[in-house]
Write a protein that binds this ligand. Structure first.
Ligand code: SF4
Length: 124
């Protein structure tokens, strides 16, 4: 509802390849991610940068990412830097390594687990 009320005129959520769900894209140049949270988190920045990275790999050059926090009436503008791309490459490589292991790595419970969408997979 927050998404719809705050961004009704330009809100068009797009699912790309069934992999990334982008809140809206202005002119295929600026990607927006709308956050209902009152907390500005590093994970949200990297979520948005991953969307920019993903689109770049598909040949869509994105100029800017914008994290919108309607409850805070705040927005953060981001760029995807070569360092970010390198870090995302490394994270994706690490994820593939874990996926291809025969055994699951030991569980480590962190504070972020409480609000993670995958909590059920890890702890049930
Ligand atoms: S619940 Fe699982 S996937 Fe989510 S942050 Fe914790 S360990 Fe990672």
């Amino acid at each position: 509802m927050l998404d719809q009320e705050s961004y009704q005129r330009e809100h068009h959520q797009r699912m790309i390849d069934g992999v990334v769900a982008i809140d809206f894209i202005q002119n295929w140049k600026i990607v927006h991610e709308v956050k209902q949270s009152r907390a500005i988190e590093k994970a949200s920045e990297f979520q948005l940068k991953y969307y920019m990275y993903y689109l770049k790999k598909k040949g869509i050059a994105i100029d800017q990412g914008v994290l919108d926090y309607p409850k805070l009436k705040e927005r953060i503008e981001l760029q995807l830097t070569p360092e970010d791309e390198l870090e995302i490459d490394q994270v994706l490589h690490a994820i593939k390594t874990i996926i291809n292991q025969d055994e699951m790595p030991p569980r480590t419970k962190k504070n972020i687990c409480r609000s993670c969408a995958y909590q059920e997979f890890c702890f049930s």
